[in-house]
Design a protein around this ligand. Sequence first.
Ligand SMILES: *Cc1c(COP(=O)(O)O)cnc(C)c1O
Length: 487
Amino acid sequence: MTDFPEKSALEPDDWAAFRQRAHETLDRALDRLEQAGTGSVWSPVPKDVESQLEQALVAAPLEADACDAALASLLPYGVGNTHPRFLGWVHGSGTPFGLLPAMIEASLNANCGGRDHVGLKVERALTAWVAEQFGFPQTASGLVVTGTSMATVVALKVARDAALGFASRETGVDGSKLVAYTSAEAHACNARALDILGLGTSALRKIAVNGAFRMDLSALKSAIDRDRAAGLVPFAVIGTAGTVNTGAIDDLGGLAVIAEQEKLWFHVDGAFAASGILSDEVAPKLRGIERAHSIAFDFHKWLHVNYDAGFVLVRDEDLHRRTFSTRPEYLKAAERGLAAGNPWPVEFGPELSRGFRALKVWAHIAEFGPQRLGAAISENCQLVRTLAALVDDAPSLERLAPVETSICCFRYRADGLTESELDALNEEIVVRLQETGVAAPSTTKVNGKLAIRVNITNHRTREADLHVLLGAIDDLAPEALAQFRHT
Ligand SMILES: *Cc1c(COP(=O)(O)O)cnc(C)c1O
């Protein structure tokens, strides 16, 4: 074939010119991160930036300069979680060092579903490290996944299939009568997992919490008894290490005892606070986590690995593998060659093709070490306590929940307002904080009251940022009150 192109059209024509472009893009990314603490926390995406997104696809291919400029134009319009005053929901803040493994990962373009290559070795080394941190045996299995939502699906599928003797893999779960337990404060991903696993969200019992927002253990025992008496089949109890509303940590030791007595799978949703195992301050509150059958948690939250990176750790590798393993002919294991490297990650989760997420996690731990990562967590806890003290001292503010880890819930008070007016006022204050770009807390309801919810899983936040936040609330509240009194 004489007219077959000599070179791939998807390779640079001129490597020196491409190298220049790559360096410039890297510089733009670094500029952005060096300036992480400046400007608005959040800015809505301007219309022209948004319309350019469609135009670029219509006009493609773009010139190199236009392509690079279009990419760089997106940099100011993220969620805002790289800013020190991003204080909403539970987001990690990433680090500039995340750029380094991202480049290596992109150059390797590894598919980590299986086969014998360095991607699997990194993930195995990481799994052993995670098992050790949580006091699990070195035989435990694990998988890097997108986040805790996916980790929960994987873990609860192991629990489900183990409870049904793995017959469910072939025959499904129709009529299984399986039920599981978690607290009323648990994250919605647990109910979603039961939905995805065919058990239905109503199979998840929401057990009441005590005054510290921890699962009430005697209510749990009664619920289990009631369900058994009704002919249902309890199979799992899900503890939370760090609830999204208030940051509470269930009595994991107490849950482990009940799970053992009742022969239930003990799973821990430790999305953000399980990372506290590295912090002297949080680790004692996690006691009992070492007795779990499985743990789901995130590296992208309180450990600040760039999105996305979660992890599922399963104590019993055999049960984990029997839940997912199927090796058709074209994926057959081999003793030697590229098809060796067993077991493959595809035997521990639903995905075959999967990227090399483990690399950035491994590089992050190698860069900082567990002590520095744990110290950053302890620092955040200290800041949240400082905030709680400032709130308690401010006559216009009222704290709505105890502080256990990274979250402080409070509200602005004004005389003569009903509860529902106070809710509307605090909602308005939070929206104004976000829209002005000064700070970005979020809201939640605590005991029925709308709270300004500040969560500090942010290594960039300093004490001065808390004063900026509270000052802005004081400044904004009268306007918010005025507007809302007119409406
Ligand atoms: C964030 C969170 C989840 C969901 O994790 P993703 O990584 O977003 O999928 C589950 N549980 C808790 C307690 C969380 O904070």
